[in-house]
Design a protein around this ligand. Structure first.
Ligand code: NAD
Length: 297
């Protein structure tokens, strides 16, 4: 299929690379020339704007870092909305359901279908094609796209209502954010009491405390102190804030969500938005006067 791909960063590059390797014809755009070069080097064609991408193909995908970027790329000046051929816009970014609905409504005025398709599974999942791909939007467009999305991961149809896949993604990421926060606190408590962090992670992973942070993030990026898992603190905080907003918009008051939200605000303040999200443990270490390091078996 001819596919436009906009936003070739940590996630976008890997997803676009897999689509190119699966013999789809890609027309790509990114504000970073280096990001574009990495794709043209493996056969993609470059375009000079989102609207040019949308002039050349019917199906445009995007993987962008902020709500504003998705809104501008989809509906702004020189955006996808101005394209002559485009029929559907698939947003692989996490933007929350309210922004997804806003983009949907603006594109609908030009008869362009919008599909939310946020993904979960990190850069490693994007590289291996094992992401969880959550899709909401018109069923016919979903059916047409399913073989393409199969290339990037396991695909789930969440429903026709615009934004519902975003809600699914936000609650998933709330759990991921909670796992990193809670596991970091647990290990800091143990290390302060004199326990070995590597042994703790081994025990947790053999026991009932096992979770995605203890299984993946601690062994790969926290215990070796590389803090390079591949997801920025700024993006994690964006998702936690969006989840809080969605829950408040429905009149809910969620105690764990609010506590996790406060904790991540401390992380972004102390570590900065560009830090890797695994560095969430560092403000806790500082407050406790410990360093968490070690080797899991
Ligand atoms: P990133 O910052 O690595 O990449 C974003 C890319 O978009 C960059 O190449 C940047 O140059 C480009 N860009 C920014 N503004 C643009 C614009 N206006 N027009 C064209 N290109 C533009 O971000 P990422 O980590 O790849 O994340 C992308 C999306 O995927 C986010 O919504 C994020 O929440 C979501 N996500 C990320 C991960 C992860 O582990 N990194 C996992 C799941 C979901």
């Amino acid at each position: 299929m001819d596919i436009g791909f906009i936003g070739l960063g940590r996630m976008g590059f890997q997803m676009a690379r897999r689509l190119a390797k699966a013999n789809h014809n890609l027309v790509v755009f990114d504000t970073s020339a280096d990001a574009v070069k990495r794709l043209t080097a493996i056969g993609a064609e470059a375009a000079s704007s989102p609207s040019e991408v949308a002039d050349r193909v019917e199906t445009v995908m995007a993987s962008l870092p902020s709500l504003e970027a998705s809104l501008n790329v989809a509906t702004g000046k020189d955006g996808v909305i101005e394209g002559k051929r485009v029929k559907r816009f698939i947003d692989l970014s996490t933007v929350g359901s309210q922004m997804a609905v806003k983009i949907h409504d603006l594109l609908a005025k030009r008869d362009i279908a919008q599909l939310d398709s946020p993904v979960s599974g990190g850069v490693g999942g994007a590289e291996k094609g094992t992401l969880a791909v959550m899709v909401s939007g018109p069923r016919a467009d979903f059916d047409a796209l399913k073989p393409v999305l199969d290339v990037i991961g396991k695909v789930f149809y969440i429903g026709a209502k615009p934004g519902s896949a975003q809600t699914m993604k936000l609650v998933n990421n709330l759990l991921s954010a909670t796992a990193v926060a809670a596991t970091s606190e647990a290990v800091v408590i143990g290390v302060k009491a004199g326990l070995d962090a590597g042994v703790m992670i081994d025990v947790i992973n053999a026991g009932s405390g096992m979770n995605t942070a203890s299984r993946d993030k601690f062994p790969r990026a926290i215990l070796p102190r590389t803090f390079d898992f591949g997801f920025a603190t700024g993006l994690m905080v964006k998702d936690v804030r969006l989840c809080l907003e969605e829950s408040k918009a429905m009149g809910l008051s969620m105690e764990v969500t609010e506590a996790v939200g406060r904790l991540w605000e401390t992380v972004i303040r102390e570590m900065g938005p560009e830090s890797d999200f695994t560095s969430a443990i560092q403000p806790m270490e500082k407050a406790a006067g410990v360093i968490v390091k070690g080797k899991p078996s």
